[in-house]
Design a protein. Structure first.
Lengths: 115, 115
């Protein structure tokens, strides 16, 4: 089955700096890669996603890149703010045939943005 | 519109006892998923319902776990008898039936502590 590895497990940055979280996946049939943000005590929420037919996607201060050949994808947050502090999870999903929306998650990255 | 709701938010039980977790998906979402996060590890898939039918239960740890979705609305996940290793946060998620899989919406989770 699919295996997703995520690094680093913790990341501390100064406000205004950039943060990068990296994930690798094992299943070449995976074609959808979402990122979820979970603030303390709250639900995981989708912040950005990318499909395998594109290499990069950007939404304001966050961007995701995908390298299908190397089977890795990354989340980039620029101009970090204290409200970016949270746990971030990457995930991967195979094509939808019989698989529904079954996601395989990474172990999470605790991002702390310090003032 | 109400999001995915889960009850209880936190449950503390002793080893050998029974606990039932409940999930109310977003209205109109046929797909319902259960996931679990054990301390510091990945969010791991447990099972997937399409309406009242179990589509995929490959992630269920063992036969101490029983999930139901009678009538295709809310779902329950019962753990009987609970063991120490069952401690963790149990997330429910739902999504619409869409060709592209649609976004997965999570609940806030039910934290289970087995003593």
């Amino acid at each position: 089955g699919e295996n997703v590895e995520q690094h680093p497990s913790t990341l501390s940055v100064q406000e205004g700096d950039s943060a990068v979280i990296k994930c690798t996946y094992s299943d070449s049939a995976s074609n959808y890669f979402p990122w979820y943000k979970q603030e303390l005590g709250k639900r995981p929420q989708l912040i950005i996603d990318i499909r395998s037919n594109v290499g990069e996607k950007k939404d304001q201060r966050i961007a995701v890149t995908l390298n299908k050949t190397a089977k890795h994808f990354s989340l980039h947050i620029t101009e970090t703010q204290p409200e970016d502090s949270a746990v971030y999870f990457c995930a991967a999903r195979r094509g939808l045939t019989g698989g529904g929306n079954k996601l395989t998650f990474g172990t999470g990255t605790q991002l702390k943005v310090e003032l | 519109e109400a999001g995915v709701t889960q009850f209880p938010s936190h449950s503390v039980i002793e080893k050998g006892q029974t606990v039932t977790l409940r999930c109310d998906p977003i209205s109109g979402h046929d797909n319902l998923y259960w996931y679990r996060r054990v301390m510091g590890k990945e969010i791991k898939f447990l099972l997937h319902f399409v309406k009242e039918s179990k589509q995929d239960e490959s992630g269920m740890p063992n036969n101490r776990f029983l999930a139901e979705r009678t009538g295709g609305t809310y779902s329950t996940l019962k753990v009987q008898p609970a063991e120490l290793e069952d401690s963790g946060v149990y997330f429910c998620a739902s999504s619409q039936e869409r060709l592209d899989g649609g976004e997965l919406f999570f609940g806030e989770g039910s934290r289970l502590t087995v003593l």
